[in-house]
Design a protein. Structure first.
Length: 238
């Protein structure tokens, strides 16, 4: 969800990716937020056209379903946005969640776990990581750090998926005045590969919760964990 739209100067980025955004009826859509990260956006022109400098792009506009796509460098990309006024997920504040479980993980985006669920953690110079285990090879990963990421899923997962669903993440926070209008609250994108295995990416520029190449059973377990997420407003991890 875009709180307020501001133009982002894309001329400095070698605009190799462009196209046009339309409705399902083929009508051009102006004012659509075209974002190469959750904090770098421009808007489409009156004729629905856009030009950006990176291949993974998110399109969002009030009343329409958000779309996260990998664009092709050669030729125009035609982005058709279907009507959908409910493609948002309002994350509750952790302070307003009365019943929490035994163990909590995460930073600003926090999940609670029942007793007996296996977890582990780690970190490098700048980033922390935590994992919820389903099997010896399948993990849900939480991670974050002090520097901004794009806050969008990777090109390979998007490109290799046969099915993708997408919604906006709405966080109960107050942004600093100098950031207002430059940030999408967050994204929740999930996909299915041709072999039936699943992936999901939830987060913003500072923290992500994600899994990849998960079996149907593991994905269902991870999704049940993710659905209990709340927003703490604190960088402190548990």
């Amino acid at each position: 969800m875009i709180l307020c739209v501001s133009f982002w100067i894309v001329a400095a980025l070698n605009d190799n990716f462009g196209g046009k955004v339309t409705t399902e009826l083929g009508e051009p859509l102006s004012g659509v937020s075209v974002c190469v990260s959750t904090w770098e956006c421009m808007v489409t022109a009156q004729d629905g056209r856009f030009s950006v400098g990176r291949e993974v792009v998110r399109f969002t506009s009030p009343g329409y379903r958000p779309i996260t796509r990998v664009l092709e460098a050669v030729g125009d990309s035609n982005i058709v946005m279907p009507r959908d006024g409910k493609a948002t997920w309002q994350i509750p504040s952790c302070a307003g969640v009365k019943e929490r479980k035994v163990k909590e993980l995460g930073g600003k985006l926090r999940i609670s776990l029942a007793k007996g669920i296996r977890t582990k953690g780690g970190h490098d110079v700048d980033y922390w990581y935590q994992y919820v285990q389903y099997s010896t090879t399948e993990y849900l990963q939480l991670g974050g750090g002090p520097t901004w990421s794009t806050g969008l899923p990777g090109a390979k997962a998007l490109r290799d998926s046969v099915e993708i669903s997408d919604r906006d993440l709405v966080l109960p926070r107050v942004l600093e005045p100098n950031f207002r209008g430059l940030i999408i609250d967050g994204v929740d994108v999930r996909g299915t590969y041709a072999n039936g295995r699943r992936w999901r990416f939830v987060g913003d520029a500072f923290q992500t919760i994600k899994y990849d190449n998960a079996s149907i059973e593991a994905a269902a377990f991870f999704d049940s964990v993710i659905e209990g997420v709340c927003y703490s407003g604190s960088d402190a991890i548990k």
